[in-house]
Design a protein around this ligand. Structure first.
Ligand code: HAM
Length: 412
């Protein structure tokens, strides 16, 4: 809808500004990719691939997918288009439509728009914090408040294997309390039980051991560094030991930025505007050398919704400064020319060239709330003048056409 587009432009403009400030380069990926890219990258057991990916078979028998997320495509770009030879780390950003088969509801759509920022080929907690800070600052620049970074570390593979074993042992004692999805997850990927939204599963999860107690010394000290830096930068965060994120590629830091409702603990009031984390194994998994990566993505509809809820009005059209009205055929030609001249001089201008009656044109000018109406009739068309009407007083005066732009600019 036009009114939604105004919010989209505003949000994308903020992305452009932040991309420039933090020195990220724009990249655009295909909307249709080989489905294997996501099966391998996002993970066959992830909800996104298992339940939400739209796939289609081409005439030649290839299986393509409508992209459900951008990170695997960013890594494919990094590997296939020589970005490995660029100055490292490579900082990329993207924005566009993504597709997930969802039970459609407010803030959860089958076609939605997402923007993402990725840093590939750079290690260290400062980069994790730069991604978090960039997204946090971008959201606050859009006047969103009550933002909270929920953060956790899911460590590296060896400790995750130990943790998985501990989780499975605990969960197996209580399988009858889990939902059918989680009973299945128990065999394939028990970590996913941690972020199940079913009340019974959440109750079971609250009694489980925390990943953080299983971290290696290195992962623990990295996580400590991330938290200390967030403290230094005054970014509000909360440890969420159950945050694992449903995508298979994450290592160490995972986070979401949520907007808290009045009831801080209500799941229903929580809205994840941003989700991301570190993915140090993804480039290698996709066939490249061992390369670290970190990034995040945000839903544009969700941000627009939060802006609307917060009463932020954004309109695409700026209020015009002057309305050009015409009377008669000869005048119409001159009015069209004047309209273009004013645009050229960067004056915000409106018209109703389809209307013949001056009354109808003045009514429209009034509704638009313009300060001036520039009227061209038969006489003005001949002598190169304009009748300038001040709407608040109704006073009219004749001026030269060449003077009108300057006069309007000076008076506003
Ligand atoms: P994600 O958490 O699946 O992460 O999606 C990121 C954001 O996209 C969510 O926080 C939400 O705002 C928005 N979003 C997701 N699904 C929908 C939907 N169906 N309708 C509306 N908005 C939605 C990723 O996609 C990862 N690629 C993020 C990342 C980048 N991790 C590292 N780099």
């Amino acid at each position: 809808m036009p009114e939604d587009c105004a919010y989209f432009y505003r949000i994308e403009n903020a992305c452009r500004k932040f991309a420039k400030d933090y020195r990220f380069n724009r990249v655009d990926f295909p909307i249709l990719e080989n489905a294997l890219l996501f099966k391998k990258g996002t993970g066959v057991d992830s909800d996104i691939v298992e339940k939400q990916m739209y796939t289609l078979r081409t005439k030649s028998g290839e299986t393509l997918a409508l992209r459900p997320e951008g990170t695997p495509s960013a890594v494919r770009f990094y590997l296939q288009h020589g970005a490995r030879t660029w100055l490292q780390p490579v900082k990329l950003w993207y924005s566009g439509p993504f597709f997930r088969y969802e039970k459609a509801q407010a803030g959860r759509y089958r076609q939605f728009n997402q923007f993402g920022f990725e840093i590939i080929g750079g290690d260290g907690s400062t980069l994790d914090v730069q991604i978090i800070t960039l997204f946090y600052n971008l959201l606050t620049s859009l006047h969103l408040s009550n933002l909270m970074v929920e953060i956790n570390s899911i460590g590296c593979l060896p400790e995750r294997i130990t943790y998985r074993k501990a989780l499975t042992k605990h969960l197996k004692k209580n399988t009858q309390n889990l939902c059918s999805d989680c009973r299945r997850r128990l065999e394939k990927n028990p970590l996913r039980v941690l972020d199940c939204k079913e009340a019974a599963c959440q109750e079971a999860v609250s009694r489980l051991p925390h990943m953080i107690d299983y971290l290696s010394d290195e992962c623990r000290s990295r996580f400590q560094e991330v938290l200390e830096l967030l403290d230094e930068l005054n970014i509000p965060y909360r440890l969420n030991p159950y945050l694992v994120r449903g995508l298979d590629y994450y290592t160490r830091t995972v986070f979401e930025i949520i907007q808290e409702g009045k009831d801080r603990d209500s799941q229903a009031e929580k809205k994840a505007l941003v989700g991301g984390g570190r993915y140090d194994g993804l480039v290698e998994l996709m066939g490249g050398p061992s390369t670290p990566g970190v990034g995040a993505a945000a839903g544009i509809e969700r941000i627009a919704g939060a802006m609307k809820e917060a009463g932020r009005r954004v309109s695409y059209q700026e209020k015009p400064e002057v309305f050009v009205a015409q009377l008669g055929q000869a005048a119409k030609k001159e009015a069209v020319k004047l309209f273009e001249e004013l645009l050229d001089r960067k004056v915000k201008v409106a018209e109703s060239f389809d209307k013949e009656s001056l009354n109808a044109q003045l009514k429209r000018a009034d509704r638009l709330g313009v300060k001036y109406v520039a009227i061209i009739g038969q006489k003005e068309a001949l002598d190169g003048s304009v009748t300038l009407k001040t709407m608040s007083t109704g006073k009219q005066r004749s001026i030269k056409r060449s003077q009108i732009a300057g006069l309007i600019k000076r008076s506003l």
